[in-house]
Design a protein around this ligand. Structure first.
Ligand code: ADP
Length: 576
């Protein structure tokens, strides 16, 4: 894999056009600053010579030059920002597009918050990379140009003045490092404090039960004072930095004035040149402090870029299709699992252990088992969210690993346990997978989902807004919309993950009806949480710790008196 820094800089260099414009404008500003020094010298000279015509001319030139500078300054700021903003927009788009292609496992192993933090915190930080480009090229240019100029004005004075620059630079760097170290210590102490607070809040019962409040307070006070003393030490250093630098600056200026005054008196230099010299010296010091910031910005940018690449952009996207994948032709809905084993990458235990079964087209099959038995995993494999570690899954005799993912998923309707409704109208929500679906198709899907009746009674029927700002639907109504959404494509395979929360009796009855009406029409696979649904299934697959332990109808399994019967009786007892 190509180094992160290299790939990251490619994003910056993509914006070379505005960057070049910004840099040219910066060079323009530098040239004008040099010119200003020259004009300053001329103003003083015209005053010395009491030449008012020259004074007029020079003053007018000053106005003209600054008018020109307006454009350069504008260009410098705007085009740099343009490069930064464009680069950031590009990066955001790439990250978002990449996120869409990442496998489900990525989102399960990561907290959504940390991904969001990358988009909102790290992306704006890398924008500073364009500042780096400017500082790396522009500041040295200014330093070299102005230094050459002051040597030209008076090389002895220039040597004397520049003696101080390294001294100031080292001093700032040393003090900066000390401040950094103290800040680090303070943060460590702060982290300890917040851990203590958290522990105290979480353990408040224990603390009260053992009456150890005073001891907790003592511990807190001790650590809090430590934070205070660290912070104050940092503040003292920080407070010392500025006056120290100012003092050394003043000493160097006094020295330059003292020696420069002598040079003027001896006739080696004019007063105007001395003033111009001081002005340039100030510019050099400013540019030098810009160079000092480079290191800091670079570290910041690099850390942010590394997070962006490592945690998002470098994560392998879902392998969509093998190169020779075929398009799954319209299926009848026969499903076959052949000795399927599966182990989550993050886990040591197999979630599925040698599961084999066959489902005929149009059959209604309920998956039953304790939580963690492997029901969701079994279904996720059918949707190819994951691939079996061993074994095969066939739909109409096509190994699903060998077909194009889109052709597979588009033929399976999924009703998740928790319905996700988007902000929009009821119709838009049903047509989520097919935004151009005609109204008749939407209505037909809603009828099949037994949702049409209640939708008609909403204030605006199919055009009623739902979601945060619109009408609130009950859990059962939401799920019926989700069923309509899944049925819109008329899939031959329907996966229904039953809600665990109880639904209103009407919805429950309607959903049962949808299942029964689908019998013989589409293969229905239900992750069952209700015995009433289980009982209407043509067949029940009973899972236990990743193994398929029993299968049959409710009556058969009850008669057999095995694991299923045991589960059923235990559940009945619970209800009673
Ligand atoms: P069920 O749907 O029957 O409740 P699951 O299929 O969710 O069961 O889980 C089967 C097993 O796989 C459990 O032991 C569970 O802890 C494990 N498991 C589920 N999802 C993951 C995951 N993303 N990473 C690691 N292990 C998982």
């Amino acid at each position: 894999m190509e180094r992160i820094e290299r790939r990251f800089w490619r994003y910056v260099l993509q914006q070379w056009k505005p960057l070049v414009v910004a840099l040219l404008c910066s060079a323009g500003v530098t040239a004008i600053t040099g010119l200003t020094a020259y004009l300053l010298e001329q103003v003083i000279r015209s005053m010395d010579m009491r030449d008012s015509a020259m004074l007029n001319r020079v003053s007018l030139t000053v106005i003209g030059v600054f008018a020109l500078k307006w454009f350069f300054s504008y260009g410098q700021v705007y085009y740099l920002a343009l490069a930064g903003q464009r680069m950031m927009a590009r990066l955001r788009e790439d990250i978002f597009a990449h996120l869409q292609r990442l496998p489900l496992s990525f989102f399960q192993s990561r907290q959504i918050g940390s991904i969001q933090s990358i988009l909102t915190n790290d992306v704006p930080l890398v924008q500073n990379a364009v500042l780096l480009v400017r500082d790396v090229l522009d500041a040295p240019l200014r330093i070299v140009a102005f230094t050459a100029y002051i040597f030209y004005l008076n090389w002895r004075l220039a040597l004397l003045a520049l003696l101080f620059l390294p001294l100031i630079a080292t001093l700032i760097r040393r003090m900066g490092r000390q401040i950094h170290r103290i800040t680090h210590q303070t943060q460590g102490a702060l982290a300890e404090i917040s851990a203590l607070v958290q522990e105290t809040l979480a353990g408040v019962r224990v603390i009260k039960a053992f009456a150890t409040e005073d001891r907790q307070i003592e511990r807190f006070v001790r650590q809090n004072r430590q934070v205070l003393s660290h912070s104050l030490r940092g503040e003292r250093r920080r407070a010392r930095l500025r006056p120290t630098v100012e003092f050394i600056g003043a000493v160097s200026i006094a020295l330059v004035l003292w020696f420069g005054g002598q040079q003027v008196a001896a006739g080696h230099m004019t007063t105007g040149q001395l003033l111009s010299f001081l002005f340039l010296l100030h510019q050099i010091a400013q540019a030098a402090s810009g160079v000092g910031a480079i290191q800091f910005t670079r570290k910041q940018v690099r850390a942010a870029a590394e997070r962006i690449f490592r945690e998002v952009l470098d994560v392998e996207p879902e392998v969509y299709d093998p190169p020779n994948a075929i398009t799954l032709p319209p299926v009848q809905g026969a499903i076959q699992y052949e000795n399927v084993w599966f182990c989550y990458p993050s886990s040591e235990q197999h979630a599925l252990k040698g599961v084999s079964f066959e489902i005929q087209p149009g059959e209604v099959v309920a998956l039953v088992g304790h939580s963690g038995a492997g029901k969701s995993t079994l279904v996720d494999l059918l949707l190819r969210f994951y691939s079996p570690t061993q074994g095969r899954i066939l739909i109409d005799n096509h190994d699903i690993q060998q077909v194009r993912l889109e052709s597979l998923r588009s033929q399976i309707g999924v009703v998740p346990q928790q319905t996700v409704l988007f902000v929009g109208t009821v119709a838009e929500n049903i047509a989520y997978s097919q935004p151009n679906a005609p109204m008749e198709a939407i209505e037909q899907a809603a009828r099949q989902a037994h949702a049409h009746e209640f939708i008609e009674q909403l204030p605006n029927g199919y055009h009623t807004l739902i979601g945060d700002k619109g009408v609130r639907l009950s859990g059962g109504e939401s799920q019926r919309i989700a069923i309509a959404r899944a049925l819109l494509r008329n899939p031959r395979i329907l996966i229904l993950d039953e809600a665990t929360a109880s639904l209103d009796p009407i919805s429950e009855q309607m959903i049962r009806r949808v299942i029964e009406e689908g019998r013989g029409v589409r293969t229905t696979l239900i992750i069952a949480h209700r015995w009433s649904t289980v009982q209407i299934a043509d067949r029940i697959l009973v899972l236990h710790q990743g193994r398929l332990v029993e299968q049959g109808t409710h009556a058969e399994l009850m008669q057999k008196g095995g694991y299923y019967a045991q589960l059923y009786r235990a559940a009945q007892l619970e209800v009673l």
